[in-house]
Design a protein around this ligand. Structure first.
Ligand code: QUE
Length: 334
């Protein structure tokens, strides 16, 4: 089984069990996850849910390799995102306590399985990222909602650069709610399962991280649309800005444009509205060659050198961009 459900002492335990694929969420896992969550929502014997990843990692994201390989047979690309985003919304509406253990890699789709719950426990090896601009896609699973609600344009920074955040940044930003020591993992799980109590370690954020040290600069640099952000970074002579610019220049230009507009427009919108917009957008972006080239380059050949089309940021015009934001008939109906 690629996902395991267990009921123990009023706790529903979900284990993502594809450790060789860093527990990437495929459509079958998402379907039975949704069914089980709906059942537990009504089951009076279940008081809380614990979500964990088998092995060293939590979850690397949605199984984008399957999207690439199936070539949209049986409208797979439509169904995959519908199931995934509906699950994200279901988790946000779940009536009971919901705890996720963020060990190791927590990316994209994995964030969507956990960020709408009550507790996200990070540890010293946690590696969080929204890396979709590397594969010709955009930060989804409601990312436009939670990223647009972060202070000081940090959400745009995270979404455009795909930078990896660790425990200090995650606690500082409230993306993680609590810290645990990895050697206490079994204790933490058993305690939660048996008593519903969380073992909380004291955690003093170390402000000496690249993100926290540069947060005022990030706020200034990431204000506005993509053209403004690029020009801010080009005109700023700091080492940080030039490093970030090099990172951004490697990402998919269309992804950068779409992600910036998506996050800017999401300000003040509900999670439901954000997921509807993201679904529409997913059904435009996932059929572009950038998506195939990006996934192929990052996950199949692993050369990490995709050829983007358009290749350069200044080759994209607003008309082309706005076309992707036009609403169409494919809706989520959350
Ligand atoms: C961007 C992404 C993903 C990614 C890498 C990116 C993503 C994803 C995976 C992934 C990683 C390891 C696996 C796997 C999938 O990597 O969504 O099956 O074994 O799932 O740069 O969006």
């Amino acid at each position: 089984m690629e996902i395991i459900f267990l009921e123990k002492n009023n706790t529903g335990i979900i284990t993502l069990n594809r450790p060789k694929a860093l527990n990437a969420l495929n459509i079958d896992m998402a379907k039975i996850f949704s069914e089980k969550l709906q059942e537990w929502n009504e089951n009076v014997n279940i008081k809380r849910v614990l979500l964990i990843g088998e092995g060293k990692h939590f979850c690397a994201g949605g199984d984008v390799k399957s999207l690439y390989l199936t070539k949209n047979e049986n409208n797979f690309k439509e169904e995959f995102f519908r199931i995934e985003y509906k699950l994200n919304y279901l988790i946000s509406q779940f009536k009971k306590e919901y705890l996720s253990i963020w060990n190791g890699v927590v990316m994209g789709g994995g964030v969507g399985l956990s960020i709408y719950g009550d507790h996200r426990m990070a540890t010293d090896n946690t590696k969080f990222a929204m890396p979709e601009t590397s594969i010709g896609f955009f930060p989804d699973v409601g990312a436009s909602y939670f990223l647009s609600n972060l202070p000081k344009n940090v959400g745009k920074f995270i979404g455009l650069t795909g930078q990896i955040l660790e425990v200090n940044d995650l606690i500082y930003l409230g993306l993680a709610t609590d810290y645990f020591k990895i050697e206490n993992l079994e204790l933490l799980k058993n305690n939660y399962i048996n008593s519903g109590e969380l073992i909380r370690e004291n955690f003093e954020v170390n402000n000496d991280t690249e993100l926290i040290k540069n947060i005022e600069l990030i706020n200034l640099m990431f204000e506005g649309n993509l053209n403004e952000i690029i020009s801010n970074l080009e005109n700023n002579k700091s080492q940080f800005s030039s490093k970030i610019l090099d990172i951004i220049y490697k990402k998919c230009p269309m992804s950068l444009y779409v992600s910036t507009k998506l996050i800017n427009d999401a300000k003040g919108k509900s999670l439901k509205e954000c997921l509807e917009i993201e679904y529409q957008l997913s059904q435009k972006l996932v059929y572009r060659t950038d998506f195939d080239n990006g996934v192929n380059s990052v996950l199949v050949t692993k050369d990490h050198n995709p050829q983007w089309s358009p290749a350069k940021i200044d080759q994209i015009n607003t008309e082309e961009l706005n076309k992707y934001f036009e609403t169409h008939t494919k809706k989520l109906y959350l």
